[in-house]
Design a protein around this ligand. Structure first.
Ligand code: R5P
Length: 290
């Protein structure tokens, strides 16, 4: 049985189809004080003995986090034998250390809460692999980056660029899936939440199509700055790709104003730019574990 958080309905449906599993009916109630109650509609029947559930819930918002915890609890209450929680996108995961005394390790706090209601966890492309250690149950990761090559058109002498060194492996993955092209990365220094300084490397991009690859586009500041620099350096078309299209605020507008040809993301966060599904990559990981 696949159980979907509200923010992951398309992905959960795609996973159910891929795995040949049923898709659970979900009941949602919002109370006058703003609290929510989310459960699985079993239509009065008892859960089959030995039933296993796969909860698919991107924790993109506070409500989505609460929903995921409630759904885990509802499944346990209903007597499900094993719960696997898939976090297509794990919110709050980027604060993976206390950068100053007094700060929380937010990723750890969230991981502990999620781990308390499940038997195992699968996270798609976390910002840092090390966050898997914050879960008190088995936690593995799935790399959905190769899916980003699918919507790309035919490219002219392409360069796959990571906006920072940390995303170079992702750029290589997309290049490998596309089949041809160079890989390079930019040096990035983040001055604040929305201010960044980017220094390009030496790859000559004049007249060449460029595919930018990152794990996440949040405010869009990183990608927009990179796209502008590539434009100044005479690049051909610039495509922005990411696994997690958070696209907060006016991020998409920023990318368009910077001159992007197209933006492609996966459905780990369901957005208009979610041109490709991460479901096959997640299904593969789930099959390996059964
Ligand atoms: C940072 O290291 C990540 O890989 C992304 O580059 C970053 O989180 C993107 O954030 P924003 O869109 O706000 O620049």
């Amino acid at each position: 049985m696949i159980v979907s958080g509200r923010s992951s309905q398309s992905l959960a449906a795609a996973l159910a189809a891929d795995l040949g599993e049923s898709l659970a009916d979900i009941q949602r109630v919002r109370f006058p004080d703003g609290e929510i109650r989310v459960g699985v509609d079993l239509d009065g029947s008892r859960i089959d003995a030995g039933e296993r559930a796969i909860l698919v819930a991107a924790t993109t918002t506070h409500d989505a986090f609460v929903e995921a915890l409630e759904l885990q609890d509802a499944l346990g209450e209903a007597g499900v034998a094993e719960i696997t929680t898939v976090l297509p996108y794990m919110g709050y995961a980027r604060q993976d250390r206390a950068f100053e005394p007094g700060q929380p390790v937010t990723a750890r706090a969230m991981a502990r809460a999620i781990a308390s209601g499940t038997d195992r966890v699968i996270v798609v492309n976390p910002h840092e692999e090390a966050i898997t250690e914050f879960f008190d149950v088995s936690c593995t990761t799935v790399d959905a980056a190769s899916r980003l090559a699918i919507p790309l058109p035919d490219l002219a002498d392409p360069v796959f660029f990571a906006p920072d060194a940390g995303a170079t492996a992702l750029a290589e993955t997309v290049r490998d899936a596309y089949g041809t092209g160079a890989v390079d990365y930019f040096e990035k220094i983040r001055q604040s939440g929305e201010e960044i300084e980017i220094s390009p490397h030496d790859t000559d991009v004049r007249g060449r199509d460029v595919v930018l690859v990152d794990d996440i586009v949040a405010t869009g500041a990183t990608m927009a700055e990179t796209i502008s620099i590539l434009g100044e350096r005479g690049a051909g078309r610039v495509f922005a790709t990411c696994v997690h299209p958070v696209l907060a605020g006016n991020a998409y507008t920023q990318l368009v104003r910077a001159g992007v040809e197209a933006v492609y993301g996966t459905d780990t966060i369901e957005r208009p730019v979610s041109a490709v599904s991460a479901a096959p990559a997640i299904a593969c990981a789930l099959r390996e574990r059964t």
